[in-house]
Design a protein around this ligand. Structure first.
Ligand SMILES: [Zn+2]
Length: 338
């Protein structure tokens, strides 16, 4: 892990555990973003709505806010004919978040959200490693120009793509964190096991400030991934940013089952499982986040949870755990998909 001084590590050292924010996409949809519309375009078209998103999370108690730049590589913006606006859209995303953070009554970290390019790397796809690094450099230069404290690489599936983004952060001169989305039988779609996340980019620059999991399936599943990550390296700074309960399709729309009390339980269990940065992903509103803030402020340490405790408090796992899916013996797969 990196040891150089930076705002995120300094705040972690001061507070011990930090609350990251909630969902960007699902909250912008509730503000009128249309399916298929690029959220990043709102940094210029509707900046007041992005300001409100960040402000609501800061008011709810977030220590870390993520910029509205998840799909901000040229590969993603190309789908919206905006591939030539990478720098300005990312810079604007960072400036908006920076402006909210800088007038908060306490220290708030601005994390520059960097999601997958959506392309597969060679040999599975056409994108070379060098192309991936270049795309992330372009995005991160914009984020840095707008004043982010850290590159926040998230919802990743491919270890190679994580490495490319980490290398880009180092080239640009930003500290970085990364999180995987363990949505496929307890692993990422590309087969990365939560317990192996620590070693993915340890040799790049001075290593990540933190690693972890975000999004994925449900709140119970991500807590299971968290146990694997903190079990594999109890000294690591681990991030968990789980979805708000379980996604449920109603017609073509997705709803998340989590209530504020459930997300408060999730936050406490995440703390007991050793997470140092705890937040919400899809479906997590500022009401959910406020409940998580109270839960962490009122936190009384409990024992390291077991899967059974997690299922009891949060609900059934939707997928197998990584350990189960890694087992060659199918007979061990006692937990079924919901
Ligand atoms: Zn999510």
């Amino acid at each position: 892990m990196a040891t150089l001084s930076n705002p995120l590590s300094d705040l972690l050292a001061e507070k011990g555990v930090l609350l990251a924010d909630g969902a960007t996409g699902t909250n912008l949809f509730s503000q009128g973003l249309e399916a298929g519309e690029a959220p990043e375009l709102w940094n210029e078209a509707q900046p007041e709505k992005i300001v409100k998103l960040h402000q609501d999370f800061v008011d709810a108690g977030a220590d870390i806010i993520l910029t509205n730049s998840f799909g901000g590589t040229r590969h993603r913006l190309k789908l919206h004919q905006a591939e030539n606006r990478v720098h300005e859209l990312n810079r604007k995303a960072a400036e908006i978040a920076r402006s909210v953070a800088d007038k908060a009554p306490r220290k708030v970290i601005v994390a520059g959200s960097v999601g997958p390019t959506g392309e597969l790397l060679v040999p599975l796809g056409a994108m070379t490693y060098e192309d991936a690094v270049a795309a992330f450099v372009e995005q991160m230069e914009g984020l840095k120009a707008g004043g982010v404290d850290v590159a926040w690489i998230e919802t990743m599936s491919s270890p190679d793509e994580i490495r490319a983004a980490a290398e880009a952060a180092v080239k640009v001169g930003l500290p970085y964190t990364f999180t995987g989305s363990f949505d496929t039988a307890g692993k990422t779609m590309m087969g990365l096991d939560p317990k192996d996340i620590h070693g993915v980019a340890g040799d790049i620059g001075s290593g990540p400030l933190a690693v972890g999991a975000n999004c994925g399936v449900g709140a119970s599943d991500i807590l299971s991934s968290l146990l694997d990550m903190t079990g594999a390296n109890p000294d690591a700074t681990v991030i968990v940013k789980g979805n708000c309960g379980i996604p449920e399709f109603r017609g073509t729309e997705i709803f998340y089952s989590g209530t504020p009390p459930l997300m408060a339980d999730y936050a406490r269990l995440a703390r007991d499982a050793g997470a140092k940065i705890i937040g919400g992903c899809c479906g997590t509103s500022c009401d959910h986040l406020a409940a998580m803030r109270r839960a962490l402020d009122d936190y009384t340490p409990g024992p390291r949870p077991t899967i059974e405790t997690i299922v009891e408090q949060i609900g059934p796992l939707r997928n197998k755990t990584a350990a189960e899916s890694g087992a060659q013996d199918g007979g061990r797969r006692t937990r079924r998909r919901g």
